[in-house]
Design a binder for this molecule. Sequence first.
Ligand code: NAD
Length: 462
Amino acid sequence: MKAHDGMYIDGAWRPAAGRDTIAVVNPVDEQVIAEVPAGTVEDVDAAVRAARAALPAWAATAPAERAARIAALRDVLVARKDEIAESVTAELGAPLPFSQAVHAGVPILVAGSYAELAASYAFEEKVGNSTVYAEPVGVVGAITPWNYPLHQIVAKVAPALAAGCTVVLKPAEDTPLTAQLFAEAVHEAGVPAGVFNLVTGLGPVAGQALAEHEGVDLVSFTGSTAVGRRIGATAGAAVKRVALELGGKSANVILPSADLAKAVAVGVANVMGNSGQTCSAWTRMLVHTSQYDEAVALAAEAAAKYGDRIGPLVNAKQHARVRGYIEQGVAQGARLVAGGLEAPREQGYFVSPTVFADVTPEMTIAQEEIFGPVVSLIRYEDEDDALRIANGTVYGLAGAVWAGDEAEAVAFARRMDTGQVDINGGRFNPLAPFGGYKQSGVGRELGSHGLAEYLQTKSLQF
Ligand code: NAD
């Protein structure tokens, strides 16, 4: 794969300050496909300086012009859609059709939504005898994970640019090639030099330097709760803004009146997509005791149909981690009804689509984020019991409710401690705020709520 050997800083690819590199591995065949520079404190500092220097002019650019640049960026992403999908497939391992539809397709939708929002958002409003201005927060340090490599970048960079902020991006070490493609797209779209900057590198080195840099006004982080907690503490000590999109352990609640077969099939598909590496995946399926055995049979059948059609996990570490959870599930008494430790292929970081039955709410596999193709079926006695189980983890990112009557599902969803709930298989909406309750995070991404994260308010009284 094509890779840049420098950093994108101040509108150009510049040599990295150090000589260390990061090997990019294709998780399907475990071969090194490229090397990218491992950024240092110096690289991060150069990028933050460039972003600071570019801030006054970009913040003063009319929203319509910022909207035009984001629309141009969207158009470049459309033109380079195939290349993006191939890059995600090469470094994440996702099957090409999934990369085309989701990994390349969703960022186009999101970029488009911010081109429109930048043009239409009320950056100024009258409140009594005051005028209230929504002004950019400043320089944004964006730190992203590998699971949706381009979506996570666009969900931060597009609203930041719409708000008038400038950005330094530190993408995940497993998926830097897609981030480099994005930097090329920003350049092609005519975004002024210094407004967007890219530093590839390791989390504890480049990521930490970015989170700690005093020239950064807002840190927007997506990733694990462990790292998010540290970044939140660092930002708190410096009294700077922080947005955290962290882990999840979402519940798929199937009420007795629901279309069981549909709810189970969509529920299993939701977890298997992206090989289970989706923070908002509904990894706990909650089924009424009267329908439990039928749901188990349906889920096992649905998972078995996938065979080896799902992609691998991203790297050897995640592969070992997910297998460790499967071992723990068995050891704690859950019943394997599909998949398990037997790998579908000899080479690559593959895990079989796995379904556990007889999972109890306190088991490790029902509490901790596995981040692999593993669904746990949990039995409940009545609605209050289902709610207790659904709300009984430290997380609160997403969820699903299925019922014969939409109002019944909505009533249940309103009692869930979670940031978003899909009702009877509701569709993805790029304008709906995305983010977590409890330890799933702080702040929201997407739509106007996502834009507001990058704004601060000033009021003038007359
Ligand atoms: P991670 O926390 O290890 O890494 C995320 C990013 O943080 C990477 O760019 C990494 O280099 C960087 N990083 C690592 N250590 C750092 C440090 N000390 N200082 C600064 N930056 C550092 O997570 P991951 O393994 O890449 O991603 C998987 C996790 O992300 C899962 O737990 C998943 O739930 C979560 N996630 C959450 C969302 C969401 O929107 N809520 C979305 C995707 C992924």
